[in-house]
Design a binder for this molecule. Structure first.
Ligand SMILES: CC(C)(COP(=O)(O)OP(=O)(O)OC[C@H]1O[C@@H](n2cnc3c(N)ncnc32)[C@H](O)[C@@H]1OP(=O)(O)O)[C@@H](O)C(=O)NCCC(=O)NCCS
Length: 130
């Protein structure tokens, strides 16, 4: 995926918690997928001027681990607007953070492409206003 940092919009920042971690101390991939979906949906709903649902997730990559207390920043870029769908690229960067220390060492940990469909109610798509 093309780097969007700098071009993308920061839509979400979250500090990870011990409850989000696997036994080894890194963050559960399912937690990160959920946050990526939320970040993408924020961008898609703004673009679609109303509610959206996720229809597909493509090319989701876990590039580096995310650790407890890291600050995860989610950048989005809308790359396509169709008749009813919006395609969003999401990139996630971590600021490494140990309790009691300042955040440092920003690294890219994940990226993904997601497709959302504008809906008027669950299961009923709507045309995106131009
Ligand atoms: C989203 C939903 C309303 C789409 O209904 P549908 O009538 O099957 O829609 P279509 O097949 O006509 O696709 C709608 C749009 O999505 C796009 N799309 C659908 N599946 C896609 C896929 N796998 N990859 C990329 N785009 C896809 C279509 O190309 C179309 O785009 P366009 O109108 O901009 O050209 C329906 O599938 C649904 O409700 N799914 C469940 C969503 C959900 O529960 N998500 C999880 C919780 S948010």
């Amino acid at each position: 995926m093309k780097e969007i940092d700098g071009e993308g919009t920061l839509v979400l920042r979250v500090k990870t918690r011990p409850n989000d971690a696997n036994k080894g101390g890194d963050i559960f991939g399912g937690w990160l997928m959920s946050q990526i979906d939320i970040a993408g949906a924020i961008a898609a709903a703004e673009c679609a001027k109303g509610p959206v649902v996720t229809v597909a997730v493509k090319d989701l990559k876990f590039i580096q681990p995310l650790f407890i207390y890291d600050i995860a920043s989610f950048y989005t870029k809308v790359t396509r607007v169709g008749s009813t769908s919006v395609t969003v690229e999401v990139e996630v960067f971590a600021q490494r953070y140990q309790e009691g220390e300042r955040p440092r060492d920003r690294v890219k940990v994940s990226d993904a492409t997601l497709i959302y469909v504008a809906v008027s109610k669950p299961g009923q798509k709507r045309t995106i206003p131009s």
